[in-house]
Ligand binder design. Structure first.
Ligand code: ATP
Ligand code: MG
Length: 623
């Protein structure tokens, strides 16, 4: 599923950054008991591995020197015990590695997900959903495999190899050196091929997922393809992709085909070295045949760990990019977060130390730019009284959504202050502000589940009656009850089974249920038909009555009743006042309003406006 998210970086090899891996190793070491058990298991496994050649060597030596006094049953028992110890340690090995792998994978994902929930919007502005999904799935999976199996194999492999090396050197350094001389070649060849095999198999997976994607598009877009008579071109594209897949697969198979025999040959050279040097010493009479056999056995034992370790080194180099990305995610610091002073106060007293009410809201010389972008809001000052309804209107891209984003503290001003009840809002806790906040957006997000679940999101302890009451308030009750399953209708992923207008109504009901002190509506009713909108207007007035609200709307008829209308252009306030005041001023608002009224008249060809409005329209048409 996640194969499509292989980045270009995953196909490159990078230098292994030990500091990075050391940081990640804390995930493995967190399971101290399992890790310690594992070290014992790894030693036991290495000792059993070493035991077999030693025992074989001793047995042959005993038979050679005095066949009559050899205690065969003793050897049989020790062999049996060694086999039991080997099986038991392999069992322990798999269990420990499996346990650590599952736990590490769970922990990395949890940390990453938790971080995703804390990070501010700034972070999301620069990263696509696909990128983030890949970090949470394929990268986490790859890392957890390395941090469990890789680490375990490294411990076991180095123990076995150093054990063999020490025993060989102690027994007979000449044969030992002959055998060890082959090891660097074994490592070199293994690393070389493993890296290439890994890269081609990733390319195969990547191409494969692209093919799946093309299949998918082909099926989904079949109507468009037919209408535009694109079948031939699509087929050619598809053909090119399958050829690419074929080439990568063949290359992968070729590499594997060369690799295994080559490693086996190098291994045989090590055994041959033990045979030649050892045999020579047997002929000279300086060692027994048993020792020579033991060394041949040792040479063979080197294979598996040497191959495993080099494979893991190759994987480390290839997974370096994943490690960097996951760590960069886990270690990122949210740009908008509680200050240390606030955190300390909340820990001590359970609150941020200020009264609960929101009170007056003041934007004081606020300036804002997104990251390194141009200034979006400049010298913005606005004082809003408790309970006031402020409408923000103005041309597209003027900065209206940015202003409410700042108010909700999704971003913080780059200069100036936003004061709530006279207190700079950065001195208050984010939790306090956001739990007093209700937001309805133009593109509302619903979660998969039923309509009732989605409304309940505003207040998890709400009863069914309260949910229905809020829905009725928001003008959503009628459409919900007209559905077959009513409130139990599944909305699908992201609410896709509802129309945009229906989603807006549900999210409206969700905000109503939360009974926030501060309500923000950004184009909340833009996709709702005029009839339903008029229905909502009534409840809207009641909702807005006793709470401070910010309403953004392009359709000016929806905000006529606001206490104050603020016209925003290029991040600055152009004019403000009530609907009537602004009409009298004949400024920007007057222009906008009359233009819209004319358009509505042309489209609907009916006049639903008030008398003054009709008069204005007439006047404008003459002009
Ligand atoms: N996340 C972002 N990163 C960078 N620039 C942004 C971002 N969001 C908005 N902008 C820029 O900020 C400016 C103001 O955008 P904003 O969304 O506040 O306008 P708006 O008044 O709400 O427009 P509309 O009426 O179309 O919703 C635009 O020029 C836009 O390109
Ligand atoms: Mg906007």
């Amino acid at each position: 599923m996640n194969d499509g998210w292989i980045d270009e970086d995953d196909l490159k090899e990078q230098k292994v950054d030990l500091r990075l891996w050391k940081t990640l190793l804390r995930y493995t070491l967190h399971y101290r008991r399992t890790a310690i058990t594992f070290v014992f298991v790894a030693f036991a496994l290495a000792a059993s591995d070493l035991g077999f050649p030693l025992l074989t060597g001793l047995l042959i030596k005993d038979i050679e020197t005095d066949p009559a006094s050899v205690n065969l049953s003793f050897y049989a028992i020790v062999f049996g015990l060694l086999s039991v110890s080997l099986s038991a340690s392999i069992w322990g090995f798999v269990i420990c590695a499996g346990r650590i792998r599952t736990s590490v994978s769970h922990d990395i994902r949890l940390d990453a997900f938790q971080k995703l929930q804390q990070l501010s919007f700034n972070f999301y502005d620069t990263r696509s959903t696909g990128w983030l999904m890949a970090r949470l799935t394929s990268d986490c999976q790859r890392l957890s495999i390395i941090l469990a199996w890789g680490v375990m194999d490294l411990i076991w492999g180095t123990t076995v190899m150093s054990g063999i090396t020490v025993v060989m050197l102690v027994y007979n350094w000449k044969i030992a050196l002959a055998v060890l001389a082959v090891v660097p070649f074994l490592f070199g060849v293994s690393m070389y091929f493993k890296k290439r095999i890994l890269r081609t198999s990733r390319l195969v997976r990547k191409t494969n997922s692209r093919i799946t994607g093309v299949y998918n598009e082909g099926i989904m877009g079949v109507q468009t393809t037919k209408v535009f008579v694109r079948e031939e071109e699509n087929l050619q594209d598809f053909d090119r992709l399958t050829m690419e897949m074929y080439e990568h697969s063949v290359r992968n198979a070729m590499l594997s085909a060369v690799y295994l025999p080559l490693v086996l040959t190098i291994g045989s050279v090590a055994i041959a070295a033990a045979l030649v040097v050892g045999g020579h010493q047997v002929i000279l009479g300086s060692i027994a045949i048993g020792e020579m056999v033991m060394f041949m056995y040792f040479a063979q034992l080197f294979f598996t760990p040497a191959q495993e370790i080099s494979a893991w080194f190759a994987e480390l180099q290839m997974a370096q990019a994943s490690a960097e990305r996951v760590l960069s995610l886990i270690d990122s610091v949210p740009e908008v977060k509680d200050t240390d002073a606030v955190v300390a106060r909340v820990q001590e007293t359970g609150s941020d130390g200020h009264p609960d009410e929101i009170g007056q809201i003041e934007f004081h010389n606020v300036e804002f730019r997104y990251r390194d972008g141009p200034q979006i809001i400049g010298n913005f000052s606005l004082l809003v009284q408790p309970g006031e309804t402020v409408a923000l209107v103005g041309a597209t891209g003027g900065g209206k959504s940015t202003i409410v984003n700042l108010l909700c503290r999704f971003y913080e001003p780059t200069a100036g202050q936003i004061l709530l009840n006279g207190i700079d809002y950065t001195d208050r806790s984010l939790h306090w502000l956001q739990s007093n906040l209700g937001i309805v957006l133009q593109q509302p997000h619903l979660f998969s589940g039923t309509i009732a679940d989605n409304i309940r999101y505003g207040n998890l302890s709400a009863s069914q009656a309260e949910i229905e009451e809020s829905a009725a308030f928001a003008g959503a009750h009628d459409f919900i009850t007209s559905l077959d399953k009513g409130y139990d209708t599944e909305v699908g992923e992201g609410g896709n089974q509802l129309s945009l207008g229906q989603k807006q109504l549900v999210s409206f009901a969700r905000a109503v249920l939360k009974r926030p002190k501060l309500l923000v509506m950004d184009e909340a009713t833009s996709s709702i038909d005029t009839e339903t909108e008029q229905l909502i207007q009534q409840s809207l007035l009641r909702i807005l009555e006793d709470r401070t609200s910010f309403v953004i709307a392009h359709r000016l008829s929806t905000i006529k009743a606001a206490d104050r209308i603020v016209v925003i252009d290029k991040g600055e306030i152009q004019e403000q006042g009530t609907h009537q005041e602004l009409l009298k001023r004949k400024g920007q608002y007057y222009e906008l309003y009359t233009q819209q009224a004319v358009r509505d008249l042309e489209i609907l060809d009916v006049s639903s406006e008030t008398e003054t409005d009709s008069a204005l329209v007439e006047q404008q048409t003459k002009e």
